[in-house]
Write a new protein. Structure first.
Length: 378
């Protein structure tokens, strides 16, 4: 196949005439000339596809060019970046005092308020007799009395306000003006600075059962998987201050792992593949959650089912297969019945049929048997 293009020639050059015995149509341009252009230069293929990262991409032979296939080297796989957390954010014990110190300070502050009231003369006589204090007229509320009230009240508030009770399996993360001041893992009565902000953290071994999450099997079929995660908070500082919500972060880590690890579909029956999937899920989730102070022990798929759209397609396919099997069974039974009927009629000499009559009888019997089985099927 060829096409023509127009090119200019000098005026003094004689045009090439047609062969003898052939006529050429009149030229619209006196100095036109024709040249052949290969078709593959007009209709070029699309650019070469991007090479795959896991195996070399083969570029097929182009039609009509004779060009040999070329191989591209695979691109080096880049490692997945690990989550980064402030390296200085590490759990450390906070400074606390025994609870007796807080009780003693609060009692001293309360006693100071009573003494100041007696000194100012505002203590009721009944309270003075109950405390076995001598009757004192008092000098009234002056600057000294107000200062004593302030000091004793502050001491009482700090003493009683800092009392806290630590429980087994729980911890407090303390902070002051946005800075991390330590973690309290002690149990029993203790005194903590009341100016510090306390955040309660559960450090017990916990189980979390997820809602159905999207996943896929080795063939890429969409699945819905509910997993059971066994985990605990190992570093309270990073779990509380490293992320906004460590439980939400753990759930997102599980979702990301399910998108990378193929899960065995329901009814797969390969126990070894299921164990490998559990190990891979546990390893990926533990690696992602470790930088934020979460220790993951196991990620076990509990319920694996096909996605709704896949389940609907499989149901339709199963129904079509059963219908086809039923139709094939019914047709086989009808053919056997017709054959048996015609054979008995001819073998016993009840009727004598030629080819045309035999075909007509077979057709009528087939229609009758199919109609009868169709009515009996519902």
């Amino acid at each position: 196949m060829s096409t023509t293009t127009t090119s200019q020639t000098p005026e003094n050059e004689e045009p090439v005439g047609p062969p003898e015995g052939q006529t050429r149509p009149a030229r619209l341009i006196q100095n036109e000339a024709t040249t052949e252009i290969p078709v593959h230069l007009l209709f070029r293929d699309d650019p070469d596809p991007v090479s795959l990262p896991l195996r070399p991409a083969v570029v097929g032979r182009r039609q009509g060019t004779g060009e040999q296939p070329r191989f591209r080297r695979p691109l080096p796989a880049k490692p997945r970046p690990a989550p980064e957390v402030d390296p200085g954010l590490v759990e450390r014990p906070a400074r606390v005092l025994p609870g007796t110190a807080g009780v003693l300070a609060g009692s001293c502050g309360l006693a100071g308020c009573l003494a100041t009231s007696w000194w100012a003369g505002v203590l009721p006589p009944l309270a003075a007799h109950a405390l076995r204090l001598p009757v004192y007229a008092g000098a009234g509320l002056g600057p000294a009395q107000w200062a004593a009230y302030a000091g004793a009240g502050a001491l009482g508030l700090f003493g009683f306000g800092g009392l806290a009770r630590g429980r087994t399996g729980g911890a407090w993360v303390l902070g002051l003006f946005g800075r991390y001041r330590g973690t309290v893992r002690r149990t029993g009565l203790m005194w903590v600075n009341p100016l510090l902000l306390r955040r309660r953290v559960d450090v017990r071994l916990r189980h979390w059962r997820s809602e159905p999450m999207p996943a896929a099997d080795a063939n890429g079929v969409a699945l819905r998987v509910a997993v059971l995660v066994v985990w605990r908070v190992r570093d309270t500082a990073r779990a509380t201050l490293g992320v906004e919500d460590h439980e939400t972060y753990l759930r997102e880590c599980v979702e990301a792992a399910l998108t990378r690890v193929p899960v065995e579909p329901p009814g797969g029956g390969a126990k070894g593949a299921a164990d490998l999937a559990v190990d891979a899920l546990t390893r990926l989730v533990a690696a992602d959650a470790a930088p934020v102070g979460i220790e993951v022990f196991s990620v076990q798929p509990l319920r694996v089912e096909y996605a709704p759209e896949v389940a609907a397609a499989m149901t339709r396919r199963r129904i079509a297969t059963l219908d086809a099997q039923q139709r094939a069974t019914m047709l086989t039974s009808v053919v056997d019945s017709v054959e048996d009927t015609v054979t008995r009629l001819t073998m016993r000499g009840l009727v004598e049929l030629d080819d045309y009559e035999r075909k007509a009888l077979v057709k009528d019997l087939t229609v009758a048997f199919c109609s009868g089985r169709g009515e009996a099927a519902p």
